[in-house]
Write a protein that binds this ligand. Structure first.
Ligand code: ADP
Ligand code: ZN
Length: 777
């Protein structure tokens, strides 16, 4: 469809009247009078670039473009894919374009249009987060290759001929290729193979197959692209649910097809939340709907895909950053076409073009991984609820430690709540105890208390597994010179350099800067005076290997050589019981089922409590519950030991006492008193620049220009500007303003007016807005 319109006289009718409602009568008449005149219509197109407006383009009226159509348009010297935007609904930035200057839409892709729901969703997310609609749409248009149909795969079929001479390799190939070829019957059903597939199956190099192709023993054919995954079957192998589980499952299933609702599954770790929401998935499948399951760290959770396959006879399509481009493309396409029925994905799966969505599940809904901080700052948990509301279908949030927000929403009745109070089939939660580290005088280089070590010894004797949890990668978080006190810091970030002993480097965990660890102090030149301070997982491993030389020890962190694949293999090995002691960061805390794990030791339970983060207590509570919840999931007696320098802290007390309700009650009261979320709202404005002067200057100007706006706004307080706790990241100096609003205040309108009142950004200055920030650094 390559139209050249150059010789035609454009007659422009402004077409933003609505979905596919073209009133072309006058232009049609003209076209009849003069066949050289092709009526054109104008379409606003939203492009994946940071702009607030849809740009206008023209296209022949008989293309019948409608909102949601994916098109390719010229943008400067480039061609980019964009979406015909319902500007009548959302506005297009209000700029009238001179018809003579309109550029033409080059191509309409043959893929299904972005649905009306999805367009509404994009507009909603942009409005809420203050990101430009173009940048939100970019998340929908991630995979441009998927807009074209999948090309048929070239393949070959054996045609019955004989080669000039036979070799061993050729025989193997022909045996396979002949398998279903029967010349005598005349009823041939030879199988099609791809060249490489046939070679691989025969265990020979492709040149052998190519040699046979040259002798005309094969006919070229093409095979239709296959689905990425088979269709899951609702009734494949239903789980035998306990009575409590069945009740919850029924309640969830009854909401399928019954419009928008949100249900919070609040159930202890191992209570069968997954089994239960699988029944809601089954109900949605039966109703002919597509399902999205969001899971943090999905790339590591192969066991989830397997469980799903056991229940439904086919795995869900995965969606995460580790997919190959080809897979990504095929999954996107098949979600849009409806071939894929269930996706299990990371937060970005929320922007996949489902055409018949009927259920979204957010597993571990409290998890921080759902928050994206860069580009469009959004929380996938919250946006999943919005997506469900726009689509008019149910959302399910599941967690053993619900976020305060969801907890409160369930308390007030905005969300339904279902509870699974016990572990499945009598498995009990671990016994928890705290070790007061304040009085302990551990030898230098040691971080494990005698209690914890004793428990580890006993665990090994029972042939069970211990997990030591320390959320610190590397060997030591800080390196000092004992002669002059020099600290190794990143020159680009407000951060210490972390020693990684395996790699022999000092690394910044914020910008990735790394350098070889020197032998002498760069400041005073003293040799052999550098000392590591504090433990990371590598250092802990040294202590463990000294104390338990015969134990099989595995360190798990994102530094593991071999990346995600290796990590997955290690996790599977642990599941099979091929390790005695596992030392890990938060990666091991999420979602895994380790049958033999009966001891969890938290090396530094206070780690999350320091700093000025209003959510610190909640995070620590969630992390500790999650980590200790790894123990004893399969019925064995288990224990969790928390090493703490603040054993009297309410979070520590609530966890030890197993008194979740007490924790929630206190935390909710505190939030209420401070008007903190969800009883008030927060937004952060981060001003960054290459120099401190620039960042400071802009922040001050912005604050003073916006002050009148802030003073007029009801229920809004502006704090700052102040240097951000992470004053520098990747060489950019950061200043921060914090907006605090009551629940009733329209924080988005305020932010818009406030930012509009400020000066234009100049030079290296950037201003980023984060509504509902989760991180306060
Ligand atoms: P959660 O999601 O609440 O942590 P899971 O659904 O993962 O709990 O269940 C924990 C373990 O118990 C899993 O291995 C699961 O297969 C098993 N389980 C839970 N309910 C049942 C059931 N009704 N029948 C058989 N196994 C179950
Ligand atoms: Zn750095």
């Amino acid at each position: 469809m390559d139209f050249s319109l150059s010789k035609r006289t454009p007659i422009v009718t402004r077409d933003d009247a609505g979905f596919g409602q073209h009133d072309m009568s006058s232009t049609d008449l003209l076209a009849e009078a003069d066949p050289n005149i092709v009526p054109l219509s104008v379409h606003p197109v939203l492009l994946p670039i940071p702009t607030d407006m849809a740009y206008s383009y023209s296209a022949p009226a008989d293309w019948n473009l409608a909102p949601g159509d994916i098109v390719r348009v010229p943008l400067g010297p480039r061609k980019v894919a964009g979406v015909v935007w319902p500007a009548h609904k959302y506005g297009d930035g209000g700029k009238e374009v001179d018809p003579a200057k309109l550029r033409e839409i080059a191509h309409k892709f043959p893929c299904p249009p972005v649905g009306e729901d999805m367009l509404d969703f994009v507009a909603w997310v942009a409005n809420y987060t203050l990101a430009s609609p173009g940048m939100v749409m970019q998340m929908v248009l991630r995979v441009p290759a998927a807009f074209d149909p999948e090309p048929p795969m070239p393949a070959i079929i054996y045609n019955g001929g004989e080669p000039d001479r036979l070799t061993g390799a050729r025989t193997k190939v022909l045996e396979l290729a002949r398998e279903t070829y029967d010349a005598s019957s005349g009823n041939n059903q030879p199988l099609a193979w791809t060249r490489t597939g046939l070679a691989k199956a025969a265990g020979v190099s492709t040149s052998v197959v190519d040699g046979l192709i040259k002798q005309n023993l094969f006919d070229a054919v093409s095979i239709e692209p296959r689905p990425v995954v088979a269709k899951p079957e609702a009734g494949f192998r239903p789980t035998d649910l306990s009575q409590a589980q069945a009740q919850v499952a029924d309640e969830l299933s009854s909401r399928i097809g019954d419009g928008f609702s949100v249900t919070l599954i609040d159930g202890v770790t191992g209570s069968g939340k997954t089994e239960v929401y699988f029944e809601a998935v089954a109900a949605a499948l039966e109703a002919g709907q597509q399902v999205l399951i969001l899971i943090p760290e999905i790339s590591l959770t192969t066991s989830f895909l397997e469980r799903f396959e056991k229940r439904f006879g086919a795995p869900p399509a995965p969606w995460h950053s580790d997919l190959t481009p080809k897979n990504r493309e095929r999954i996107w396409r098949q979600v849009a076409s409806g071939e894929v029925r269930v996706v299990a994905g990371a937060r970005s799966a929320l922007f996949l073009p489902f055409n018949e969505p009927g259920l979204i599940i957010v597993d571990e809904e409290h998890d921080l991984a759902y928050k994206q901080d860069e580009r469009v700052a959004y929380n996938a948990r919250d946006m999943a609820v919005v997506r469900a509301r726009i689509g008019g279908f149910p959302a399910i949030l599941a967690s053993a430690t619900p976020s305060i927000e969801s907890h409160v929403n369930a308390d007030t009745g905005r969300y339904h709540r279902v509870v699974l109070p016990n572990r499945h089939s009598g498995a009990v939660l671990p016994d928890l105890s705290v070790v007061d580290m304040r009085g302990l005088k551990l030898p230098a280089n040691q971080f494990l208390s005698p209690n914890l070590k004793q428990a580890m010894t006993e665990t090994i004797e029972r042939d069970e597994q211990s997990l030591l949890f320390l959320n610190r990668r590397g060997y030591a978080p800080l390196t000092l010179c004992r002669a002059c006190g020099h600290r190794f810091e990143c020159t680009q970030c407000t951060a210490w350099l972390v020693e990684h002993r395996f790699r022999g480097t000092l690394e910044c965990h914020h910008c990735g800067h790394h350098q070889a660890k020197p032998e002498s102090c760069p400041s005073c030149g003293a040799l052999d005076y550098l000392v590591p301070c504090g433990p990371g997982v590598e250092r802990l491993a040294e202590e463990v290997e000294d104390a338990f030389p015969d134990a099989r020890t595995i360190i798990l962190s994102s530094d593991l050589m071999g990346g995600t694949n290796r990590l997955r293999l290690e996790l599977e090995a642990i599941e099979r019981g091929e390790a005695d002691i596992i030392i890990g960061t938060q990666l091991v805390a999420k979602g895994h089922n380790f049958p033999l794990m009966t001891l969890v030791g938290v090396v530094d339970a206070d780690l999350g409590l320091s700093g000025g983060d209003p959510r610190a207590a909640e995070r620590t509570f969630q992390m500790l519950s999650q980590v200790t919840g790894r123990a004893g999931r399969f019925g064995r007696k288990s224990q969790g030991i928390l090493q703490s320098y603040q054993p009297d802290h309410p979070v520590m007390q609530a966890i030890i006492a197993g008194d979740r309700d007490l924790f929630y009650e206190r935390e909710i009261q505190m939030r209420q008193r401070g008007h903190l979320p969800p009883f008030g709202r927060l937004a952060a404005i981060i001003i960054s620049a290459n120099s401190k002067t620039e960042a400071e200057g802009h922040a001050r100007q912005l604050a003073s220009a916006g002050r009148p706006v802030a003073e007029q706004a009801e229920g809004i307080t502006m704090l700052g500007p102040a240097e951000a706790p992470m004053a520098m990241v990747r060489g950019r100096h950061r200043q921060r303003l914090l907006v605090h609003a009551t629940r009733q205040a329209d924080i988005q309108s305020f932010l818009r007016a406030f930012l509009a009142a400020g000066p234009k950004t100049r030079g290296s200055v950037r201003v980023n807005t984060d509504v509902d920030p989760q991180s306060f650094v």
